[in-house]
Design a binder for this molecule. Structure first.
Ligand SMILES: Nc1ncnc2c1ncn2[C@@H]1O[C@H](COP(=O)(O)OP(=O)(O)OP(=O)(O)O)[C@@H](O)[C@H]1O
Length: 211
């Protein structure tokens, strides 16, 4: 019987991944893998000057996310991961290159590194994509008030959203749930959270019954 081992929550900056991952961990008893924002040595510099720091930041995230994947694989419990490694490559790095914030040689170098790593990368059993429009993202980014995120431009969020949609349209590495979170408040509204849980339960049952 297949077991749900690795769940990843995907979505743009401020979509509410961390909140959902925490709530799912509490509800299902899953372990969590979060990105430690405070210890990131490049994030603040990156937001101040993307051109200068994009490559450094992407290599940092790639390595950090690969280590998460390796830990998840070893773990016998189910783990919910806050953002997948595919988003780093197919959304963030791609967006930086296409917007002129990463040079071609750096991007090619990055892609070659990603390719070398790919035999070790296993996809999540279930990917939950949180789809959010710009006003929702902006509202949530403002609410949490991280200083360095004040410089995030609407344009940046918009092109990230376009890359997210492109990536998710072609995503075929495992089970996928798409949740439009624009009208949801699963932190404070029990019914909104229950709606997400019921979608996940359906997928979990599907995983089991396929065996
Ligand atoms: N590969 C990446 N390239 C550029 N920035 C990234 C990358 N991965 C994460 N970040 C940035 O790191 C910061 C920390 O992300 P964090 O894990 O808190 O999630 P978030 O995107 O803010 O999501 P949410 O609000 O949905 O929990 C954010 O500003 C995020 O955009």
């Amino acid at each position: 019987m297949q077991k749900l081992k690795h769940v990843a929550v995907a979505g743009n900056i401020g979509a509410g991944k961390t909140t959902l991952a925490k709530k799912l961990s509490h509800h299902y008893g899953w372990k969590t893998e979060f990105e430690a924002v405070e210890n990131n040595p490049y994030l603040e510099d990156f937001y101040a000057d993307m051109k200068q720091w994009s490559f450094h930041l992407q290599v940092y995230f790639l390595n950090s996310r690969l280590n998460q994947v390796k830990r998840i694989r070893k773990e016998e419990h189910t783990v919910v991961q806050d953002r997948s490694i595919y988003e780093d490559c197919f959304v963030f790095a791609k967006n930086l290159y296409e917007s002129g914030n990463m040079t071609e040689r750096d991007y090619e170098n990055y892609l070659a590194l990603f390719k070398s790593m790919s035999p070790v990368i296993t996809p999540p059993d279930l990917l939950i994509y949180l789809r959010a429009d710009i006003p929702k993202l902006v509202g949530q980014i403002e609410k949490r008030g991280r200083n360095y995120e004040e410089s995030i431009r609407i344009d940046y969020l918009k092109t990230l959203n376009q890359h997210y949609e492109e990536w998710i349209k072609n995503y075929d590495l495992g089970k996928l749930i798409i949740i439009d979170v624009n009208q949801l408040d699963y932190l404070n509204n029990v019914e909104d959270f229950a709606l997400i849980v019921s979608k996940i339960d359906t997928e979990i049952n599907g995983l089991f019954s396929n065996q």
